[in-house]
Design a protein around this ligand. Structure first.
Ligand code: OAD
Length: 255
């Protein structure tokens, strides 16, 4: 048996033994759906530079000005186009199968593309928000763009009247409280975590696998063509693409 087959077999055994498997996903999970990652040679931050931490502050200082600029700008057009056109890839679909099999109970994603939900996964925490939604800065209610009037700016929450922002978490913005609390609850139960397509460089996401390891001695399994900042903490590291490997894991489980 070669190293890859052994790692796949060990992953299948660990999934079968686990009681509460979760997955944490990053941009690499959607790379095979045509959405660019942030870091690495083709990454958005490599091309445009990583934004400063003032994004949220700028919104709070003048939400009307922020929205006026937003509705007229053409920032990162390749990301906008990719997000509008992307469809779930075989990795997303395999993760949905793992949920249906009862082996993955919750997916924590840093991605804003909504592709886990579109694929059919039901238990998801979108840690950095969802690009297709708006969120009230007061009550955290979420809305689709179609349900909100933009005739006055900033648009207003139809539940409480608070200002609406994009649901995507901005630089310098805390993760919404209810989302973070739910994620911590999920991590507290996790005894196996799949770490899929993330560089593990952004907090608090990068700490979640370590929390699961220190709380429950969770088995950590990484799938990523490159080594990440989390690789050294993992029990199994598979240096391959999620769109190839997750379907193979599902096939092995189904045998
Ligand atoms: P990164 O761009 O930092 O990392 C993407 C990871 O995906 C890298 O480790 C790649 O090696 C890996 N990768 C590429 N193709 C892959 C494939 N087909 N299968 C599996 N892995 C693959 O993206 P994130 O870790 O998600 O935050 O970045 C975290 C956060 O940084 C993002 O959510 C974003 C950014 O600033 C916000 O916008 C708030």
């Amino acid at each position: 048996m070669n190293d890859l087959d052994l790692n796949l077999q060990n992953t299948v055994t660990a999934l079968k033994k686990s009681h509460y498997g979760t997955a944490m996903t990053g941009a690499g999970m959607s790379a095979e759906s045509g959405i660019p990652t942030f870091r690495g040679p083709e990454g958005l931050w490599t091309k445009y530079g990583e934004p400063d931490d003032l994004g949220y502050e700028k919104f709070i200082m003048d939400p009307q000005k922020w929205w006026e600029a937003r509705l007229n700008e053409d920032y990162m057009p390749e990301m906008k186009k990719a997000l509008a056109e992307a469809k779930p890839n075989p990795g997303h679909k395999a993760l949905t199968r793992l949920e249906k099999m009862g082996l993955i109970k919750h997916v924590i994603t840093q991605n804003v593309d909504g592709l886990h939900g579109e694929s059919g996964t039901t238990q998801i925490s979108e840690m950095h928000g969802n690009n297709h939604l708006l969120r009230c800065i007061e009550c955290e209610a979420r809305f689709s763009y179609d349900d909100i009037s933009f005739s006055i700016l900033p648009p207003l929450c139809t539940s409480c009247g608070g200002y609406l922002k994009i649901d995507t978490v901005m630089f310098g913005e805390p993760i919404p409280k209810s989302t973070l609390e739910n994620i911590k609850k999920e991590v507290g139960k996790t005894d196996l975590m799949l770490i899929l397509g993330t560089s593990g460089l952004v907090q608090p996401a990068a700490s979640l696998p370590i929390m699961a390891k220190s709380t429950n001695n969770a088995i950590l399994i990484e799938i990523n063509p490159e080594r990440s900042a989390l690789s050294d903490f993992c029990d199994i590291v598979i240096n391959e693409q999620t769109g190839t490997i997750l379907p193979r894991i599902v096939d092995l489980l189904a045998k």
